[in-house]
Design a protein around this ligand. Structure first.
Ligand SMILES: C[S@@+](CC[C@H](N)C(=O)[O-])C[C@H]1O[C@@H](n2cnc3c(N)ncnc32)[C@H](O)[C@@H]1O
Length: 462
């Protein structure tokens, strides 16, 4: 019998799909199941029904997969931070790699390429060098917190329930960041509550405290706190920052970013330094980078080194090549490749990232990289530069179709594409297929316990 919306069904999970979903089949129809992994038999409720597929949510695990493990985090299953804690780490990596392959074949229509064994992360807990915690005046309570004697609903500093913009869990500690960062988070929460100012209302856009962002330098093992607030309270924040510095010995500095914007992004309209240093210095390999509150920096520092090693391996530079790096951020890939190239040109949209990239070159004594500020869509057609090797590292949304077309026309002999989204990467590489042959893919796990996966693709001109 065909399944219906809101129906409760017993399902056997056979495979996985991107988004940490289990996949079951009911009379040939694919059912994507939240909270389930291959080998599980679950009772699930259908939450969406389309013509050829359905989505369901696990209500009860009737018979668990042998790959299930006990999640160490008390928020697992509720928090959107990591959805795969209950799956053994080797299986997480294996499933991520198979999703990369499936996306390239099914969404990109690609074949004949090699998928190399995925590179697992060297650390699977405490690996994140940056965490953004949302502060709000309305706390989402867990089932055991409901009822009389439970915590107040008026405040939360934590992470979102998956897929929601206004449901925030109050988090005491997150296992994706180190213990020292959790100690800093706890102290920030106490000081925020003592301030008497309210958390931000995500629906009505009222209230003061918006986000607390904690960044870490792995090389120096120190931290930067960034408070994002709705308006300026300089004296109060300065007192708090000094207290925080006194209480947290590994804290290098505290800044505040003021944001009057309604959009829920942890970036301010302007920054106020409050105490200590307004930036950290971290390393990828032998190079040092200045990381300020709003800089883009790979969030898993140790694994970034492996990712960039794959990029240089695929780029196959001998010292004489001219390299073009599109979406160059703070210049980390150009600097990484600079020793083996004649020249590297980076193109990047964000002005502060280009400023950081230029300074990072100076700090590292690199003289053969230059950067162009602008939108690749406009810069690329006007660029008078024929690269031997083209590097791409677009954001999660992938590339504009016109950018892909210009890349095809540019015709660099070798292209190395880095992506954190197998679906958009498959779409874009599919559009390049007539001009470029996909040779091999290296999945790299930068984000244990989440469904996200990074990949590096090598393409050669046909
Ligand atoms: C995934 S990050 C890559 C950064 C860098 N390769 C790294 O490893 O740190 C993508 C970068 O593309 C930039 N970007 C996004 N859209 C862009 C566009 N249309 N033109 C130029 N740069 C863009 C973003 O600002 C961001 O720095």
């Amino acid at each position: 019998m065909p399944i219906k919306n809101k129906q409760e069904v017993e399902l056997s999970i056979e495979s996985t799909a991107f988004g940490a979903l289990g996949v079951a089949r009911v009379e040939g129809m694919a059912v994507f199941v939240e909270g389930a992994v291959p080998g599980d038999r679950v009772m699930a409720r259908v939450v969406k029904k389309k013509k050829s597929w359905a989505r369901a949510r696990t209500l009860e695990v009737l018979s668990p997969s042998p790959d299930r493990v006990e999640p160490p985090c008390p928020y697992s299953g509720w928090c959107g931070g990591c959805k795969w804690q209950f799956l053994s780490y080797p299986r997480q990596v294996e499933y991520k790699a198979s999703q990369v392959k499936e996306n390239l074949e099914h969404l990109g229509g690609l074949s004949g390429f090699t998928v190399l064994p995925p590179i697992p992360a060297p650390e699977i807990w405490g690996y994140r060098n940056k965490m953004e915690f949302t502060c709000t005046c309305r706390r989402w309570l867990l089932p055991h917190e409901l009822g009389e004697g439970g915590p107040s609903m008026d405040f939360a500093l934590g992470l979102h329930v998956p897929g929601t913009f206004d449901k925030v869990l109050d988090i005491d500690a997150c296992l994706l960041q180190p213990d020292d960062a959790n100690h800093i988070l706890a102290r920030c929460k106490e000081l925020i509550l003592e301030s008497g100012l309210p958390g931000y209302g995500l629906r009505h856009h009222e209230g003061f405290w918006r986000f607390v962002v904690i960044r870490r330098s792995v090389a120096e093992d120190n931290y930067l706190v960034n408070f994002i607030t709705a308006w300026e309270e300089r004296d109060l924040l300065t007192r708090m920052a000094e207290q925080l510095m006194a209480d947290c010995p590994r804290l290098a500095g505290v800044v505040c970013n003021v944001s009057a914007k309604k959009s829920s992004v942890a970036i301010g309209d302007y920054e106020i330094p409050l105490a200590g240093s307004p930036f950290l210095t971290d390393s990828i390999g032998s190079r040092q980078y200045r990381v300020s509150a709003n800089s883009f920096f790979q969030t898993n520092t140790l694994q970034a080194e492996k990712l960039y090693s794959v990029v240089s391996d695929f780029a196959g530079l001998s010292g004489s090549e001219r390299v073009l790096d599109l979406y160059s951020g703070t210049g980390t890939i150009p600097i990484w490749l600079s020793e083996d190239a004649k020249e590297v040109v980076g193109v990047e949209l964000v002005e502060s990232a280009v400023t950081d990239a230029v300074r990072n070159c100076v700090d590292n004594g690199v003289e053969n990289c230059r950067f162009i500020l602008g939108d690749i869509l406009e810069v690329l057609p006007a660029l008078n530069f024929s690269p031997d090797v083209l590097i791409l590292d677009p954001p999660r949304s992938g590339m504009h179709p016109k950018v892909v077309q210009t890349i095809n026309e540019l015709g660099a002999p070798r292209v190395v594409c880095v992506s954190c989204n197998p679906a958009t990467c498959a779409r874009d590489l599919g559009l390049m297929d007539e001009t470029y042959r996909l040779v091999r893919i290296q999945p790299v796990d930068m984000f244990p316990h989440t469904h996200h996966v990074e990949m590096v693709a090598l393409l050669e001109k046909r």
